[in-house]
Write a new protein. Structure first.
Length: 236
């Protein structure tokens, strides 16, 4: 491989390390070309890539990338599986390694987070993005299906639904009318205010009568003057 070819390989792997969400490193010693091609096809169909590495060039490509901390994994006959879908990559490699003893998982990373063999198997046990999307679509579609069942029901069933709704609405109306009838009671309270004013006027009348009493007392006091005039007449 000449210098230009080597630089191209380094550039390609550097792009892989900068753009991938997951890198899984495997040893493929003893795996024949037919098995490798079969794995490549399976990964390609699931938006995952598989590529045999050249360790000396990988050490140049991985520098100053999010995966430079796993450089020590690249020893011996090594290949990598990489993808933007961490679950899909883990599922495919884990499944293939179970059926092919010549493919062994040695580790990997989720960018700056190192994952061991157990971590990769745990990721493989999770539902894939496609499975999650299918469940979400089913959840969203369920209410629409129920609505369609009601709308497409026979006329008699639809009439029952409308009738039940109208009955429920009519039950709520008497409560509103009773609230409207309560308003005159409030008006009566407003009309009671003049009674309080009349009581206040009565108090003023009583007070004025009380003030008139001293005049009557003065009339009583005038009687001695009349008596004194009668006494003068007898003397004469």
């Amino acid at each position: 491989m000449d210098r230009a070819a080597k630089e191209k390989v380094v550039s390609e792997f550097k792009e892989i390390f900068n753009s991938s969400e997951i890198i899984i490193a495997v040893h493929y010693a003893g795996l024949d070309a037919v098995a490798i091609n079969s794995l490549r096809k399976e990964t390609y169909d699931n938006k995952v890539s598989f590529r045999v590495t050249k360790n000396r060039l990988i050490k140049l490509a991985i520098e100053k990338t999010p995966y430079d901390h796993i450089v020590e994994l690249f020893k011996g006959p090594t290949a990598i599986a990489y993808s933007g879908d961490i679950v899909a990559a883990s599922k495919i490699i884990n499944k293939f390694s179970k059926n092919n003893e010549n493919l062994s998982i040695i580790g990997g990373a989720l960018k700056d987070k190192v994952i061991d063999v157990k971590g990769i198997k745990d990721l493989a046990a999770l539902p894939s993005l496609e499975e999650i999307r299918a469940k979400l679509v089913a959840m969203i579609a369920t209410p629409a299906t129920k609505i369609l069942m009601v709308v497409s029901a026979p006329g008699s069933q639809l009439a029952r639904v409308i009738n039940a709704y109208s009955l429920d609405k009519s039950k709520k109306q008497p409560n509103q009318e009773s609230k409207a009838e309560e308003k005159p009671a409030e008006e009566l309270k407003v009309e009671e205010k003049p009674v309080e004013e009349s009581k206040a006027e009565e108090k003023l009348v009583v007070e004025s009568k009380a003030e008139e009493k001293p005049a009557e007392e003065s009339k009583v006091e005038e009687k001695p003057v009349v008596e004194s005039k009668a006494e003068e007449q007898t003397k004469n």
